[in-house]
Design a protein around this ligand. Structure first.
Ligand code: UDX
Length: 466
């Protein structure tokens, strides 16, 4: 009997995107996948893609296994209730996972691939004697930062004694000389609150990662070799198989899993882009979870309009707290009509690959960052929380494919940065972004590091024993 993998992502858009891509890659290599997903997310996936539960071209090789997340049906499940969701899932999921691992009715699982934050999987997989791989779908630089936190706390560097956010951190190899206090995950600002569920989750994750049989990352060697080498000192078996969406494109001949999006895409922006000059459009999106204040929304909109650039703006429902569209001043609405386009959810990879797009104002979520790198599009980073603070620093300071707007949301700064990226330093940024895009493509092509790590992962899964 062939290999069978249980994949268990966090019930959020970013991780689901990654894990479905991994699932498809495994199916393409004759590995059976059971995809554990909360009923809530499953309903949303079906609704957004109008797909049937098993409408993939893999037949028996792939199936969703929807489970309850333990929250009431009408719970909002927004980013503000993330800790509540994690607590509830942490209580509801373990008995179900345990049952699935010991069940003999079905083709027994060869291995579990779980999100790094689902730390309950460690004990359950060990009890069932099934090998476990953690897939950390955020950036390795953010994970390495998390791994350094206990050391920083022990050395007395954290919490910071003064409030100088521009001071560089110490006692963290590969981050010293790069990361300032303000570039650490947002929960490190001020006094670290160890009773904060987010801090607890992250520290637990750091403790559990080395207990698995290996770690999977959505990155490539050329991008993250130094931090991967550091992580390898704690967890020797690492598979760097990113950018996953580019690797998948290299491996498949047609789309197999209908849609990975939990929102309904509005494709009208593609025909709008078709009518814009090359590299003239700034794409603005803050991903699937972030919520901006009304004040910040107006600062970014004013700055973008004042820059004179054309723009495509994703205004996801709920992404601007309390905004009533009638509050948008006439001159901004006029500018949007004349040289802008607004949609509630865009086909982002296609947008970034469109020749009319020349820059991306992003919240620096890891998927968006990788998608921009692959497309060769320079970024203006406006990080909101957690790993995004780290990603934006690496974009601006290490990879030099954009500017980091960290901690400022002011129309004058936005205007200046948009002009820098779209006009003043356009060629320099596009050139640098092109180099990164070529490096990403090389890593997923024949003989590339990510392609080789995927082959090794597949071989290991097929031969895995605890
Ligand atoms: C979350 C966290 O917020 C982020 O910090 C972490 O790095 C990953 O998990 P999210 O905020 O949704 O993710 O951001 P991101 O990782 O960028 O993922 C968003 C995904 O939604 C991307 O794959 C993007 O292509 C897609 N998207 C976004 C669309 O398809 N259309 C849109 O209009 C906007």
């Amino acid at each position: 009997m062939g290999a069978h993998v249980l994949i268990f992502p966090l019930p959020l858009q970013g991780p689901i995107n990654c894990m479905l891509k991994l699932a498809e890659l495994l199916c393409l290599h004759q590995i059976k996948v059971t995809f554990i997903i909360t009923q809530h997310i499953h309903r949303r996936l079906l609704h957004s893609s109008h797909a049937q539960p098993h409408s993939t071209k893999y037949g028996d090789s792939f199936r969703f296994n929807p489970i309850p997340d333990g929250l009431p049906h009408d719970h909002p499940r927004t980013v503000f209730e993330f800790s509540e969701l994690m607590t509830s899932l942490g209580a509801a999921a373990p008995p179900i996972l345990h049952q699935m691992l010991i069940s003999t009715d079905d083709h027994s699982p060869t291995c579990v691939v779980a999100d790094g934050l689902l730390t309950f999987a460690t004990d359950i997989a060990a009890q069932a004697r099934v090998p476990l791989l953690y897939f950390d779908t955020i950036s390795p630089s953010a994970i390495w930062t998390y791994m350094c936190l206990p050391k920083l706390i022990q050395a007395g560097d954290l919490p910071f004694k003064d409030d100088n956010q521009d001071e560089y951190i110490r006692n963290a190899p590969e981050l010293e000389g790069i990361m300032r206090h303000r570039d650490l995950p947002s929960f490190c600002r001020g006094a670290i609150d160890f009773t904060d569920p987010q801090v607890d989750l992250v520290l637990k994750q750091v403790h559990h990662m080395p207990l698995s049989q290996g770690l999977i990352f959505n990155t490539f060697q050329r991008l993250d070799a130094p931090v991967l080498a550091q992580i390898r000192n704690l967890c020797p078996n690492i598979y760097a198989i990113g950018p996953l969406h580019a690797l998948l494109l290299k491996n498949r001949t047609s789309c197999y899993i209908n849609s990975t999006s939990i929102y309904q895409e509005d494709r009208s922006c593609i025909s709008w882009l078709d009518n814009q000059p090359a590299r003239s459009v700034l794409y603005v999106s803050i991903g699937s979870l972030c919520v901006m204040t009304k004040e910040n929304f107006f600062e970014v909109l004013h700055g973008t309009v004042n820059s004179g650039s054309r723009f495509l703006w994703v205004r996801r429902p709920g992404s601007v707290a309390g905004l009533d569209p009638v509050e948008i001043p006439n001159e901004l609405s006029r500018a949007t009509e004349e040289r802008g386009c607004t949609v509630s959810w865009a086909p982002q990879q296609e947008v970034l690959a469109h020749p009319a797009v020349g820059g991306f104002l992003t919240h620096s979520g890891w998927n968006s960052t990788l998608e921009s790198l692959v497309a060769g599009i320079p970024m203006i980073c406006w990080p909101h929380y957690v790993d995004q603070q780290v990603n934006s620093r690496f974009v601006g300071e290490v990879w030099k494919v954009g500017l980091d707007m960290k901690d400022s949301c002011d129309r004058v700064v936005v205007e200046k940065m948009v002009r820098e990226v779209m006009e003043v330093r356009k060629d320099e940024f596009l050139e640098r972004a092109k180099e990164m895009s070529e490096a990403a493509e090389a890593s997923v092509g024949e003989g590339g590091s990510s392609a080789a790590d995927l082959d090794r992962l597949i071989d290991d899964i097929k031969n895995m024993k605890l």
